[in-house]
Ligand binder design. Structure first.
Ligand code: TMP
Ligand code: ASP
Length: 255
C-alpha cells in the first residue's frame, strides 16, 4: 500500500493527507473510549458503521443547506473530507436531560427540557474538556462573535433536522455533540460542520422502549454496542438484512 502522511490521530479516528490540497482522508477506527480514555475497547465493525452513519447524516444535512466537510466515501472505513481548521469546542445540543447535565443539575435522565439547550466544552484532553461559556469563548478568542452566531444557528438547524429524521425511524434524539471548522476558500473563511455524527457522539433512545442505541451502552457496560449501532444503521436504511460486511454474521452495508 502507498504510504500516506498521517496528519492527526485521535481516539476513534485518524486523519491522513488527502489526494488534493485542502482534502483529508478520515479513517474510522474500531477503538472506543470513554471517561477521558480511562475506559477502552476495540469493538469490531464499529468504525465501518460510524463511517456509513456519519456519511448518511452529513449528506442529508448538506441537502438542507448545512455546509459540512464530507465529500465522498472512499471505502468501508474511510471518507474524503475537506480540510478545515477545527474550532476547539465541543458543541452539545440537548433535548432531554441525560449524562453530564443530569449529574450537574440533579435532573432525572429522560426529563424533557423546557427548550433545547446548547452547551460548550473546550476541546482539551489534558483538562478533560471543561464546560465553558460564551464569555470564555469570546474572551479567549476560541471563536469570534460572528462565528459563534453561525455555530448556534447551524446547531439549531442540525438539531431540528436530526430530531425529525430520527423520529421518523422510531428514535428519540436525546442529545448530540458536534464540532465545527473554518474553511478557507480564496480570501473567504466560513464555518462548516466537521468531525463526525454517529452513535459515538449522540444519545439515541428507542421511541417506544427507551432502549439506548448509542455509546452509553459502552460507557455503562450494557453490552450489545455494535448491535445497537447496526440497528440505527438499519433504521436509517443504510443496512440491508442478511449479508455480512464487517467480517461478522449479520446485516450488510448497502453499496
Ligand atoms: P455528556 O452528557 O456526557 O456531556 O454528553 C453530551 C453528548 O455529547 C452525548 O450525546 C455524548 C456526546 N459526547 C461526545 O461526543 N464526546 C465526549 O467526549 C462526551 C463527553 C460526550
Ligand atoms: N471522548 C470521550 C473519551 O474517551 C468519551 C465519551 O464520549 O464519553 O474520553
Amino acid at each position: 500500500m502507498k504510504s500516506r502522511r498521517l496528519v492527526y490521530e485521535g481516539k476513534a479516528k485518524v486523519l491522513y493527507e488527502g489526494p488534493e490540497p485542502g482534502t483529508l482522508i478520515q479513517y474510522f477506527k474500531d477503538d472506543t473510549t470513554a471517561f477521558d480514555a480511562k475506559k477502552k475497547a476495540v469493538l469490531e465493525g464499529k468504525g465501518v458503521l460510524n463511517n456509513r452513519i456519519s456519511e448518511f447524516l452529513m449528506t442529508q444535512l448538506g441537502q438542507i443547506g448545512v455546509p459540512n466537510h464530507f465529500m465522498r466515501r472512499l471505502n468501508m472505513r474511510e471518507q474524503l473530507i475537506r480540510e478545515v481548521e477545527i474550532i476547539p469546542l465541543e458543541v452539545v445540543v440537548r433535548n432531554v436531560a441525560a449524562g453530564s447535565l443530569s449529574k450537574r443539575l440533579g435532573l432525572e435522565e429522560g426529563t424533557a427540557l423546557p427548550r433545547s439547550i446548547i452547551e460548550y466544552f473546550l476541546k482539551d484532553d489534558k483538562l478533560s474538556d471543561p464546560m465553558v461559556s460564551e464569555e470564555h469563548i469570546l474572551a479567549f478568542g476560541w471563536a469570534s462573535a460572528q462565528e459563534l452566531d453561525e455555530i448556534i444557528q447551524l446547531s439549531v438547524r442540525i438539531n431540528d433536522f436530526l430530531s425529525g429524521l430520527f423520529l421518523g425511524v422510531g428514535i428519540k434524539l436525546i442529545d448530540f455533540k458536534v464540532e465545527f471548522g473554518r474553511l478557507y476558500e480564496a480570501d473567504m473563511v466560513r464555518v462548516i460542520l466537521a468531525d463526525e455524527i454517529s452513535p459515538d457522539s449522540m444519545r439515541l433512545w428507542d421511541l417506544k422502549t427507551n432502549e439506548k442505541l448509542d455509546k452509553d451502552r459502552f460507557r455503562r457496560d450494557l453490552g450489545g454496542v455494535t448491535e445497537a449501532y447496526t440497528e440505527v444503521a438499519k433504521r436509517l436504511g443504510i443496512l440491508q438484512e442478511g449479508q455480512d460486511n464487517t467480517g461478522r454474521k449479520g446485516p450488510v452495508l448497502v453499496k
